[in-house]
Structure formats: structure tokens, C-alpha cells
Ligand binder design. Structure first.
Ligand code: FES
Length: 165
């Protein structure tokens, strides 16, 4: 296997190559034109893009690994590192920021003991700053998975996080 040195060394996910073959062949006709959609399916399946799956994909559809890696890093929806079971997006857009978004951001980092883009050791949460979630009048806003928590204050954060396991 090619060692790229660009992925998290602790990755230990097992790839289901039969399922990967099925996706590439049957759902996407082994067509390199469908590369982004194939990456989306892999991301959905593993919650990130495991290195081994990208190397396999590269060989199978005949697209250089460097090109696949470039696409994987270009789109923010893709992650090359394992992500937590719950994704926390803290809005740091202007409207949320002036209403206390920065203090909420600091408090969540304090509680979880992780920084931007990082995942807690127990894989429970991944923390990400975002620029705007589209509900600026309700700030400060924190999105956890698909749930929007509006007008969230520092004191409510622990209680909200406790709902997600
Ligand atoms: S600035 Fe936070 S939702 Fe728009």
C-alpha cells in the first residue's frame, strides 16, 4: 500500500471492498465522471474518507490519487479524518458573533477539550466553526447534526451537549 503521510495514523476502519465494488460498478457504472458522487457515498458510509478506500478507488476507476486527494480537500463536506458521531457546528458569522457566539465557541472547546476541526477521543463529537447557518436573527446559533440550537447561552451548553451520545 502507498504511504501518503497525509492521513491520521490512528485510522483503523475496516473497508468493505465488496460493497465498495458494488457502489462503484453498479451505482456509478465505474465511471470517473461520477467521482464526486462516489466520494459522497463513501463519506456517508464511513463518516469520512478512509485512505484505503481512496487508494482503491484511484486504481479501480483510473484517476490519479493526487486528483482524488485534491477533490477531497477542496470540498468542506469531505473529511480525511474520522469524525465523531455528532458534528457540532458553531456559527461565528457576524450576527452570531456580536450576540456572544465567540463565548459559546470558547465554552464548547473548554468542555470538550478539543479545538477547531477536531474530534473528542471517545469519538462522540467533532467541533467545527462555520460562517453562517442561515438563521442570523436567532443567534448565537449552534447546529448539532441536523438540530439547530438558537439563542444558546454559555450556561445552557452543557445541558444541550448531554443530549447527544
Ligand atoms: S451569522 Fe450565525 S446564522 Fe447567520
Amino acid at each position: 500500500m502507498i504511504e501518503t503521510g497525509i492521513f491520521n495514523a490512528n485510522q483503523a476502519v475496516e473497508i468493505d471492498y465488496m460493497e465498495l465494488d458494488r457502489i462503484i460498478d453498479q451505482e456509478f457504472n465505474n465511471d470517473k465522471e461520477n467521482l464526486i458522487m462516489i466520494l459522497q457515498v463513501i463519506q456517508h458510509q464511513y463518516n469520512y474518507l478512509p485512505q484505503a478506500s481512496l487508494l482503491y478507488l484511484s486504481e479501480k476507476i483510473g484517476v490519479p490519487f493526487s486528483q482524488i486527494y485534491g477533490l477531497s480537500t477542496f470540498y468542506s463536506t469531505f473529511s480525511l479524518e474520522p469524525r465523531g458521531r455528532n458534528i457540532i457546528s458553531v456559527c461565528l458569522g457576524t450576527a452570531c458573533y456580536v450576540r456572544g457566539g465567540a463565548r459559546v465557541w470558547e465554552r464548547i472547546q473548554e468542555i470538550l477539550n478539543v479545538g477547531a476541526g477536531k474530534t473528542t477521543e471517545d469519538m462522540r463529537f467533532t467541533l467545527e466553526p462555520v460562517r453562517c447557518i442561515g438563521c442570523c436573527g436567532l443567534g448565537p446559533v449552534v447546529k448539532i447534526n441536523e438540530d439547530i440550537h438558537s439563542r444558546i447561552g454559555r450556561e445552557k451548553i452543557q445541558q444541550v451537549l448531554d443530549r447527544y451520545q
